[in-house]
Design a protein around this ligand. Structure first.
Ligand code: C2E
Ligand code: CA
Ligand code: CA
Ligand code: CA
Length: 280
């Protein structure tokens, strides 16, 4: 038994070591990918629940790896955050989104606001509002074309520290959404203090919405009620079925986003989505 224990330990440390070296290798490769522009941005449309008109899109980063193909953000955002690469990564996503909006506008499209995800690490960057303004100016864009999504995965205390930067963004005209609502340290008292305009209900609450009428319906109903009382716009993420749509409509959810309407798509495909919506 003693021997076995030792083997287990060796096994464990070998796994740990390979995890660490794998992460380290990924970190090196990611740094390189950011430098040579191997990151791409896909766009997932958002629609009004009742009318099903296009209201915006969320920009989602992917890593176009020469051998491994398209890598999902969940695989590398954590590594980017821990290594500090997140700053360069998100600066590039923001610039890429602004350049894309400029290109769509120049092509004569009516572009809805595009939401960009902001890592918790980045909300604390005091220069974020200034950098954002510089990026908008560089591409000749009004601030209303851009939105940020922040998650409540960080402690309330940290969010409160970031309020100043968020206020400056709001004052510039960049709206902010609180993402993944219901999964983090949501506290109703700080919600009121946050300079945000939108609340996104996490997918985990939407999944069971129609399956078993019960707790989740009650939760979603109260989130929507709370948001509206605070004059916030509510978006449901991860909508996959018509049944969920019907529930969200009944509960008064303002906007929906999910595979039922569209997966995240390449810029060209999103341009087609804009045109299809205009043609309605
Ligand atoms: P998120 O912000 O919650 O983004 C929504 C995720 O849900 C996306 O995954 C999207 O593809 C997926 N999704 C949308 N509709 C459905 C649906 O109907 N069903 C299911 N099962 N999934 C749906 P994705 O693109 O893999 O992104 C994962 C996460 O990576 C995002 O979660 C976001 O937290 C993060 N992320 C993406 N881009 C960035 C970025 O530029 N910066 C930072 N910090 N994080 C990013
Ligand atoms: Ca998001
Ligand atoms: Ca989300
Ligand atoms: Ca989520």
């Amino acid at each position: 038994a003693k021997n076995k224990g030792k083997n287990c330990y060796q096994q464990y440390s070998a796994n740990m070591a390979s995890r660490i070296s794998e992460d380290f290798q990924m970190q090196e490769e990611l740094g390189e990918a950011i430098k040579i522009g191997h990151l791409v941005v896909h766009y997932q449309p958002k629609y009004s629940t009742r009318e099903r008109r296009l209201t915006g899109a969320e920009a989602l980063v992917r890593w176009q790896h020469p051998e491994k193909g398209l890598i999902a953000p969940d695989r590398f955002i954590g590594i980017a955050e821990r290594s500090g690469l997140i700053h360069g990564l998100e600066a590039q996503v923001l610039d890429s989104v602004c350049a894309q909006i400029r290109q769509w506008l120049d092509a004569g499209l009516v572009v809805p606001p595009i939401s960009v995800n902001l890592s918790a690490v980045r909300i604390h960057d005091e220069d974020l509002p200034t950098r954002t303004k510089a990026c908008l100016d560089r591409h000749g864009l009004d601030a209303s074309y851009l939105m940020f999504e922040i998650t409540e995965s960080l402690a309330v205390r940290e969010i409160l520290r970031a309020i100043e930067a968020l206020k400056r963004l709001s004052a510039m005209g960049v709206n902010v959404a609180l993402d993944d609502f219901g999964t983090g340290y949501s506290s109703l008292s700080y919600l009121r203090q946050l300079p945000i305009q939108q609340l996104k209900i996490d997918r985990s609450f939407i999944i069971d919405l129609a399956a078993k009428e019960g707790d989740h319906v009650a939760i979603v109903r109260s989130i929507i009620g709370l948001a509206h009382a605070l004059r916030l716009h509510v978006v449901a993420e991860g909508v996959e079925t018509e049944e969920q749509m019907a529930f969200l409509d009944k509960l008064g959810c303002d906007e929906v986003q999910g595979f039922l309407m569209s997966k995240p798509v390449e810029p060209e495909a999103f341009a087609a989505i804009i045109e299809a919506d205009r043609a309605r």
